[in-house]
Design a protein around this ligand. Structure first.
Ligand SMILES: [Zn+2]
Length: 267
């Protein structure tokens, strides 16, 4: 609890100890943003415990198909050991064994799938990824989709619109308020619904509070989840940014935990 609010961080990355340093250096270089932390689960808790984070959606994206197994194994172990963690599996859309990997994921207790088009270098609407979407849609699991890049076009909001049209039951959390550095396009084309939600991660540092509030209210408060994008950001700092939005008490409650808890329960 923080300031009397239950808080779920709906976007946290964790990496096995062995690769945590290397992985975060890679992400730091990619975005040219210094990381607040390295990114193993103990650091995640250390950052979150300081402010009383109650739960975490934990995930990681395999940048190469060969990393899939180790990452999913790690996330599975963490979730078994720590009740406060909700695991999203990784899968590489261009892996030759994608379908059998997906079958394995479905047998385990994952609550969703994390995809990162820019790290994994695929266009969201690439037809080659459609068989994966089909499986995910059938499973009923949601996708946490990284959205937006200032220079690359893999994760353009318009590409997600196409996929949502082609898969009418697919459930997606569009990360970073629909598109990191692509916010204006995102708000134009992404229409929130019971199957399209948004997280606030890696967004609040990049816009004045009034703009963030405007985006959140346009998407609908009930469609937004609080996320930190650990280890990029620190929980205390991100919560400070969140409370600068000066939303109402009811809006805070919804975004900080209620929306996500209710939605993931139904998924
Ligand atoms: Zn992410």
């Amino acid at each position: 609890m923080y300031n009397g609010y239950t808080v779920i961080d709906a976007h946290a990355h964790i990496f096995p100890d062995k690769i945590a340093g290397k992985a975060t250096d890679g992400i730091s270089e990619f975005y040219d943003i210094p990381m607040s932390h390295q990114g193993n689960v103990h650091e995640l808790f250390a950052s979150g415990d300081k402010v009383g984070i109650d739960g975490y959606l934990v995930c990681s994206a395999a940048t190469h198909p060969s990393q899939t197994k180790a990452i999913n194994h790690y996330i599975e172990l963490v979730c078994k050991q720590y009740q406060q963690c909700i695991g999203f599996a990784t899968i590489h859309p261009y892996s030759e064994s994608m379908l059998s990997e997906m079958e394995k994921i479905l047998k385990l207790q994952f609550k969703g799938i994390k995809l990162h088009p820019d790290f994994q270098q695929f266009d969201i609407d690439d037809r080659k990824v459609y068989s994966l979407y089909e499986m995910i849609e059938d499973s009923g699991l949601p996708i946490l989709m990284h959205m937006g890049d200032p220079n690359k076009t893999h994760s353009l909001p318009s590409r997600l619109v196409k996929v949502l049209d082609d898969f009418p039951k697919l459930k997606v959390i569009a990360a970073h308020l629909g598109g990191y550095q692509r916010w204006n396009e995102a708000i134009e084309v992404l229409k929130p619904s019971e199957r399209l939600k948004f997280d606030t991660s890696s967004s609040l540092s990049f816009m004045p509070p009034e703009k963030a509030v405007d985006f959140i209210r346009k998407y609908g408060v009930e469609n937004c989840f609080f996320g930190v994008d650990f280890p990029m950001w620190d929980h205390k700092e991100e919560l400070d940014r969140f409370f600068k939005l000066d939303l109402t008490d009811t809006e805070n409650k919804k975004i900080l935990s209620e929306n996500f808890i209710e939605w993931i329960r139904k998924s």
